[in-house]
Design a binder for this molecule. Sequence first.
Ligand code: AMP
Length: 274
Amino acid sequence: MHSVSRSLKSSGKKIGFVPTMGYLHEGHLSLVKKSKKLCDVTIASIFVNPTQFGPSEDYKKYPRDIEHDNKLLKEHNVDYLFYPSADEIYPSGYQTYVEVNEISKKFEGEFRPEHFKGVTTIVSILFNCVEPDYAFFGQKDAQQAAVIKQMVSDLKYDIEIVVCPIVREADGLAMSSRNVYLSPEERTKALTIYKSLLYARKMIEGKERDPQKVIGNMKVIFNEEKSIKLDYIGIVNEYGFREVDFLEEGNEYYILVAARVGNTRLIDNELVRL
Ligand code: AMP
């Protein structure tokens, strides 16, 4: 990977990088398309990263289909696929981790304590292998994108982070590799998440400026759907991922939701601009 990247750079090519865990869908492909637009060469990676899964999480059963992924990437004219094994990335004796403090501890970090440490470690390793000029992440994982931006700033990576909008199914469910876990009934119930986000957006567009009132109304929607277990709802500012007491004109906010539908944990969000 180093030698490919070095020779591309020496011929003056701008490298765009799309890191994924595979089982690709239109959400991933939107990042590829953005990279193709902005960069000369697009490199995608597929690596189901063990260090970002908790001990009781779905690392083993996470969906994988390298042949189909490879075909999709070829169809979208991705130039290189970086597909390392877990042993290559974390050989025995591996002992270095990258941790972003404050921003990693809340929301997802509360429910998945080691998750972002695994994410920042693998993204850091992948950045060192690929040495991209641009890296593309989805707004679907808004907190992850914020954590990565913080890491890139703190560790002085010379990489531009581009965050691309959420790609949804026709009925509004955010695309996710984990959606395959949902039964048809759960799939329908999962729509409550997007419904609550749209309701929140409507309240804010209707000039509600108290985030707690918005969150309160979203909770009412979830209370009517007993089979969904809410992990959290939050409203944070876009630039620092901080909770606020008041929504100010001219700012951007993420409305965040994480919920479990049966055994499947889903996250989603909506970005509102005031
Ligand atoms: P993953 O394979 O789940 O680790 O995701 C790889 C990248 O694709 C991450 O930057 C995700 O945020 C992004 N991504 C996943 N789902 C979507 C989606 N529905 N829309 C846009 N980006 C997405």
